[in-house]
Structure formats: C-alpha cells, structure tokens
Design a binder for this molecule. Sequence first.
Ligand code: C2E
Ligand code: CA
Ligand code: CA
Ligand code: CA
Length: 275
Amino acid sequence: AKEQGKNRYVLYDRDMDKAFSERMTIEKLLHTAMDNNEFEVYYQPQFDLQSQKITGLEALLRWKSSELGNVSPIKFIKVAEDTHLIIPLGEWVLNQACAFVKELHEKGLQGLTVSVNISTIQILQSGFTRKIIDIINSHKLNPECLELEITETILIESFTTVFRKLNKLKKMGIRIALDDFGKGYSSLNYLKQLPISTLKIDKSFIDSVSIDEEGRTITRHIITLGKSLGMTIIAEGVEFNEQLEYLKKYHCDRIQGYLFSKPLPGEDVKKLLIV
Ligand code: C2E
Ligand code: CA
Ligand code: CA
Ligand code: CA
C-alpha cells in the first residue's frame, strides 16, 4: 500500500510538472506572439431567426504559434489575464473587430453588430470606458454596432465599479451582452440591476434541449424572462436541428453555433455576407 501511494504521488507530481511547464511555455511565447503577428481574429456569425439573416458577428481570438501550433483560447486567455497581457491584446482585438465591421458597413451591411469578449482585468483597468469610446471614434463606428460580452465572474469580483462603467458605456449607445448565462452561479438580480441588452444562453442549456424536458423548460423560461425585460436573446452552441426548431418555437432572437457556422477568418465572412 505504501508503494502504491508513492507511485501515485510520483504520477501526480509528473502531471503537475507537465501542466506547469506547458503554462510556462505559453507564458514565454505569449510575450512575443503579438510582435510576431501570430494572432488572428475569427468571426462567428449570429443568425437572426426572424429576418433569416446574419445580423451579428462574435469576434474570437486565434493564436497560431510558430512553436506550439494552434493554441486554444481556453488555454492562453487565462495566462494572458494572469500576466495582464490581456490589456494590449484585448485592445488589439477591439481595434480589429471595429475596423472589420466598419468595412462591412461601408460595403452596405449597415447595422451589422460585432461582439467582443472582455475580461475582468480589462474592465477594471482605469480609463477603460475612455478607451472604448476612443476606439469607436477612431473607427467612426456607430456605437450601437459594438457589443461587449461580459461574464458573471466580472460582477462577482467588483460589482460597483463594473456597474458604473457599464452604465456609462450603455449611455453612449454601446451594447452589453451577458455571456454564458445559466452557467455557474447566475444571479437573477444582475438582470434587474445591470444595463444588459443581450442575454446569451449558455451552451449547456442548449445541449439539454435535445436531452431532457427540464432543459427544455428552463431554456424556454430564460427566453421569456429575457424578452420580457427587453433583451435580445442569443442561443449559444446550437448544433442540431431539433434545438433550432425548439428555439424558433419559443421565439429566441438569434442563434450562434456550428449548425449555422463555425467561427471563420474575416475573408471567409466577407464571402458569406457580400454577394
Ligand atoms: P465564449 O465567449 O463562450 O465563446 C464561444 C465558444 O464556443 C467559442 O470557442 C466558439 O468557437 C465555441 N462554439 C461556437 N459554436 C459552437 C458549437 O456549436 N459547438 C461547440 N462545441 N462550440 C461552439 P473558442 O473560440 O475556443 O473560445 C473559447 C473562449 O475563449 C470563449 O468562450 C471566450 O471566453 C474566450 N475568448 C475567445 N476570444 C477571446 C477574446 O478576444 N478575449 C477574451 N477575453 N476572451 C476570449
Ligand atoms: Ca462570448
Ligand atoms: Ca459564451
Ligand atoms: Ca465562456
């Protein structure tokens, strides 16, 4: 038994080592990735169920590392946050996304929105609202076409500061989306207090639509609740027709997911949108 315990310990230690060194490598390479132009912004179309058109795009960061190949944002965003590299990187994503959607507006797609994921670190940075306003102005973008996606973790950490900043942005016309709604410790109180324009129903609920009656019931009620509060409802991670049919039936506004389209490079989105 003693031997076994020892082996287990060694195994655990090696796994820790591996995770740690992977993290260290990512951290080291992240520092030069921006200068080496290894990042690209992909865009996932959001399909409006009523107009049957693409009415929005979500900007999703991609890292093609010369040493590691494609690294998932799930892995590197956390490291970028811990090292505060997310501040320049997030600003770069915002600029890319605004320039891209502005270009599409000029090609006749006025009203198309772009949603950008924002980390807690970014929003808590002093001068964040000013920065957003400067970016919008520099691209001469209609503020109503920019949406900032935040998650509840932001709110748990610093509700008052975030509340003040979001209200200022909302007054400027910028849209705020609550991402991953239903995952974790969603507080319905946030829906009442915050200037939220869009509710994104977490993929776990959309998955459950094809699995159980409870999942269907909760999803249907989230749609009704959000809509009665005047929000736009987006279903995330829609993969099956069965889910689409259910969401249509209960008047979900937009769907986003592999069923309709994966996140795509900007050039491919242009081909999809401009005929
Ligand atoms: P998220 O904001 O919840 O983004 C949705 C994720 O679901 C994306 O993963 C997207 O590719 C994936 N997805 C979309 N439709 C489907 C589907 O039908 N099935 C499945 N299985 N997945 C689907 P991705 O691009 O790997 O991004 C992962 C997370 O990384 C994002 O989750 C977001 O939290 C973060 N992230 C990505 N880009 C940025 C960024 O520019 N800034 C910040 N702060 N975070 C980012
Ligand atoms: Ca998101
Ligand atoms: Ca999400
Ligand atoms: Ca997420």
